[in-house]
Design a binder for this molecule. Structure first.
Ligand SMILES: Nc1ncnc2c1ncn2[C@@H]1O[C@H](COP(=O)(O)OP(=O)(O)OP(=O)(O)O)[C@@H](O)[C@H]1O
Ligand SMILES: [Mg+2]
Length: 325
């Protein structure tokens, strides 16, 4: 396949110290992994990169992390171009890939020492930066444990500690919450929020939409290699199109009958629940609930399935590609 020639277009405003990308393209043979992505991630904010499997999230992050050259496009990370100033970008950027190879025979502290040395951090300074990274990643207690003995969640945290070792101003994290238990997820959120509050730019890819709603300030939706929308999380559109609501009732037959009378088709969602599509926003959902109760249906729960982030995501990505829980 011959690639379209795309002229890099710099944004018109003044450059910022976070991440900017415009018109990014990258193909692998016939596969157009990134086909026109644009993105801004600002200092002091957590930006979520959200999209279905194969959308191009990892490819984009690899480009930002200087590990993959784009075929076309304009990109800046911490004020530098990863394609021409990789060294400048790497000294200011921390990268935590989705799968990290570890030197299993080393202890956690030894591993971070090797990584700090790779960043050319002098030995005297490493005595400060390694405990600081261990502390940030809540790994102080595991400092002398061998890497291969860590749990999956602890390895995720070590990956984060490694990304933080040189005090970067931009953090790129590919699915950092994968495999974490609920408490570890909350701790990760707290840590990423704190890192953003310190003025860093945090870009994080994920499928865990409910979590992201609590974590992210901005969300960039990507699908099939393209940016489909960017929003502030507190301004996500929730009152457009259809939204799924889950209804539980003590009397499944009465619920099914009442929904039928209102022309609503229920979809079973477990033994005592159904999902229905409600069009036209929350007022219509409230009206449906009131009518069910007025009809004598013993409703015990009625609420949207997933958060507003999930609603927006499912609307913006194709149903057959979207990841549903
Ligand atoms: N090195 C590669 N060689 C060939 N194709 C690749 C390569 N890397 C990615 N791709 C393809 O590019 C597309 C985007 O992949 P990418 O890994 O960026 O998606 P993703 O959004 O990170 O997906 P996931 O959510 O599953 O991690 C996919 O179709 C993938 O098969
Ligand atoms: Mg990926």
């Amino acid at each position: 396949m011959v690639l379209e020639s795309v002229q890099p277009e710099a944004p018109s405003g003044p450059p910022h110290a976070g991440i900017s990308a415009r018109g990014l393209h990258r193909s692998f043979g016939p596969v157009g992994a990134v086909q026109g992505m644009h993105l801004d991630a600002f200092p002091g904010r957590v930006t979520a990169l959200v999209g279905p499997n194969g959308a191009g999230k990892t490819t984009l992050l690899l480009i930002l992390a200087t590990l993959l050259a784009p075929d076309a496009g304009w990109v800046r990370v911490a004020g530098f171009d990863p394609t021409t100033d990789a060294g400048e970008v790497r000294s200011r950027m921390g990268w935590a890939p989705d799968v990290l190879g570890f030197y299993d025979a080393l202890t956690v502290a030894e591993y971070l020492d090797v990584m700090a040395a790779a960043h050319r951090i002098p030995a005297a300074q490493r005595h400060v930066s390694i405990p600081a990274a261990l502390d940030s990643a809540r790994l102080i207690e595991q400092a002398h444990a061998r890497v291969h003995t860590l749990s999956r969640g602890q390895k995720q945290r070590l990956s984060l500690a490694r990304a933080l070792i040189h005090g970067p101003s931009v953090l790129l994290l590919d699915e950092p919450a994968a495999g974490l238990d609920p408490r570890s997820r909350i701790e990760l959120h707290d840590l990423l929020r704190q890192l953003a509050a310190e003025g860093r730019t945090v870009l994080v890819s994920s499928h865990a939409l409910d979590d992201l709603e609590e974590l992210a300030d901005e969300v960039v939706f990507v699908d099939r290699g393209r940016t489909v929308a960017s929003h502030r999380v507190d301004q996500l559109p929730t009152n457009v199109g259809a939204r799924s609501y889950r209804i539980r009732s003590l009397d499944a037959a009465a619920l099914a009958q009442a929904l039928g009378e209102h022309g609503v088709t229920p979809v079973p969602a477990g033994p005592s629940a159904v999902d229905v599509q409600v069009y036209g926003g929350e007022q219509n959902a409230a009206r449906l609930l009131a009518e069910l109760v007025a009809s004598g249906v013993p409703v015990t729960a009625f609420g949207p399935v997933g958060g507003s982030l999930e609603a927006a995501y499912l609307q913006l990505t194709d149903d057959d590609q979207a990841v549903r829980r």
